[in-house]
Write a protein that binds this ligand. Structure first.
Ligand code: FAD
Ligand code: DLZ
Ligand code: SF4
Length: 510
């Protein structure tokens, strides 16, 4: 008999066409899938995230068995479980007399290194579920002074042919973002993302998660995520039919009573492998071609996936394993308790964090312009911010989370991703949301104990990082506005911000 090889399938590699599966031989090889303590515990993941990954893994392993694969599946509670991916591969190698592992490149340096040091022969194949290979991204990036997403996106449009009119972009423009800045009305009727009733497999996982991860931040039930490819395809269909039309227009809007608005909630499914990013974009393109959705909705959505999603992955692997430790602005404040569900008087933060606890989800602008904006203005250590985002969001895997947090949101990489920091006063939040109306702070007030903290922290941030940003061509105007204020007023603004930070550091509810 030929010696079997082990085929590793990780919890975010649940795709039938995974390169490791394609390179393996059903009749000879053993698929290894393992629920392990190291993966469920490297950050205190939201219980819904653990449940989604474990339930989707169990369903996927059943599909592999049905398709004729031999699967060695380890459950978290198995007595002999070695507790890590490397440990489980070694255990299975001994069990099956295997010496070779076929793997698809993991989405994190940590696991890539673990495979690299295994005392087995490991073949790591590219993850071709992405549109751009890592080499293609590096070729594009090489020698460029600035790595702007917009130019990479155009390359991906040409490569995929999505929304192209020959060599030109459909509609005559590459980017319709200009049309995508509308605040939403509270009385707009939206169906929200599709919900699924847990089956027996999921119920068993929910009970396990309840037993083992009860102390993690976030509520487990109700759990209504898709856990199979068939369900994920229904979620895609639902989004395209009912929500895509308004995606562009209201992409940046935030409402107290509608956590999802026109967002797709597809990232959890794309990121674990239940949906392929290209098939999602083709479905959206078709809806536009059929005249069901406007061009700004389709282009805006496709840009997020073949543009931003591909671009951040390229940056993560290009920048190397130390990327998550970057801290160009030298921020060192501890993450306040409000991020883990502690009280806050800031209505926008209470809503964004509260819904994160309930749903393991917040949309892009909540992540960037509320919780991320606050962390950056307040000078919180980027490593702590990174760990929080990696833990609390259902779609968080380091390759996508870290560039969004360390780079886009916290400017801790010194501007590789964002040409200027994403900071704003309360004015932006007030324009794009209905949060400010019943907040304990006043968004109109610029100084004093009841003034919106975003208003004073905004100037505090710019003032303390003047050396870094004054010369930035996109920020000169802002510094001129600050310099035109009279000195007394500026001192008052900075004092209000200092007092606020002091109270927050002392553990007061702010
Ligand atoms: P939609 O608004 O419906 O967007 C459609 C799709 O576009 C998403 O499903 C996603 O696949 C893709 N997309 C949109 N923006 C981005 C982006 N900036 N980077 C990568 N893909 C994008 N996304 C993650 O998948 N995982 C994360 O851990 C993550 N962390 C983030 C942290 C911060 C601070 C910020 C600012 C953004 C983060 N994002 C992350 C990007 C974005 O917020 C989420 O992809 C999006 O909110 C997912 O919800 P959705 O599926 O409803 O997205
Ligand atoms: C996120 C996650 C969790 C919670 N649990 C597991 C697990 O038990 N087994 C597994 O193979 N994968 C899990 N994952 C996904 C991995 O953490 C993910 O593959 C790496 O972070 C690389 O992206
Ligand atoms: Fe947030 Fe300020 Fe508005 Fe309150 S007033 S909700 S703190 S932006």
């Amino acid at each position: 008999m030929v010696t079997p090889r082990l085929v590793l399938v990780l919890g975010d590699q649940l795709s039938e066409g995974l390169s490791a599966l394609c390179a393996a031989d059903k009749a000879r090889d053993v698929v290894v899938m393992a629920e392990v303590a190291d993966e469920t515990g490297y950050v205190p993941h939201h219980p819904k995230k653990i449940a989604l990954v474990l339930s989707a893994m169990r369903h996927f392993s059943a599909d592999l068995l049905d398709a004729g694969w031999t699967v060695a599946y380890s459950r978290l509670d198995d007595a002999e479980n070695a507790g890590s991916i490397a440990g489980e591969l070694l255990r299975r190698a001994e069990e099956h007399g295997a010496h070779e592992v076929i793997a698809t490149r993991p989405g994190e340096w940590r696991l890539f290194d673990a495979l690299d040091t295994l005392p087995l022969q490991v073949r790591v194949l590219p993850d071709d579920r992405f549109i751009a290979s890592l080499a293609e991204f590096d070729d594009w990036a090489e020698g460029r002074k600035e790595l702007r997403m917009e130019y990479f996106y155009r390359l991906m449009r040409r490569k995929t042919g999505l929304m192209m009119d020959g060599d030109d972009p459909a509609g005559g423009k590459w980017n319709f973002d200009h049309d995508n800045r509308k605040p939403a009305q509270a009385d707009m009727l939206r169906s929200g993302p599709m919900q699924f009733t847990p089956d027996d497999v999921t119920e068993e996982v929910l009970a396990l998660v309840e037993r083992r991860f009860d102390n993690n931040f976030g509520t487990l039930r109700p759990f209504n995520f898709a856990v199979t490819r068939t369900q994920a395809l229904c979620a895609l269909d639902h989004f395209v039919k009912h929500l895509l039309e308004g995606f562009g227009d209201y992409q940046d809007a935030m409402l107290r009573d509608d956590q999802f608005l026109h967002h797709s909630l597809l990232s959890p499914y794309i990121n674990v492998g239940l949906l392929n990013p290209l098939e999602v974009c083709q479905r959206v393109e078709q809806a536009w071609k059929d005249g069901h959705v406007p061009i700004n909705a389709a282009e805006g959505f496709i840009r997020q996936i073949i543009g931003w999603r591909e671009y951040v992955r390229g940056i993560y692997f290009r920048e190397g394993p130390d990327y998550t430790a970057r801290n160009v602005l030298g921020h060192g404040r501890a993450l306040p308790r409000m991020y883990w569900g502690g009280e806050t008087r800031m209505n926008c933060m209470a809503h964004a964090i509260g819904q994160t606890g309930d749903e393991a989800y917040a949309h892009h602008i909540q992540r960037l312009m509320v919780t991320g904006n606050f962390a950056l203005l307040a000078g919180i250590a980027p490593a702590e911010v990174h760990e929080w985002y990696l833990a609390v969001y259902i779609d968080a895997y380091e390759w996508v989370e870290a560039p969004n947090v360390i780079g886009m949101s916290q400017w801790a990489d010194g501007g590789i991703i964002a040409s200027k920091p994403y900071v704003s006063s309360g004015n932006y939040i007030n324009k794009m949301s209905d949060y400010c109306g019943d907040c304990a702070y006043s968004v109109k007030d610029k100084t004093g104990a009841t003034s919106c903290p975003f208003n004073t922290l905004y100037w505090h941030f710019l003032d303390r990082h003047r050396d870094q940003f004054q010369g930035n061509y996109r920020m000169g105007m802002i510094y001129r506005t600050w310099d035109k204020m009279d000195e007394e007023r500026r001192a008052e603004v900075l004092k209000t911000a200092d007092d606020f930070l002091h109270r927050m550091d002392a553990g007061e509810v702010v």
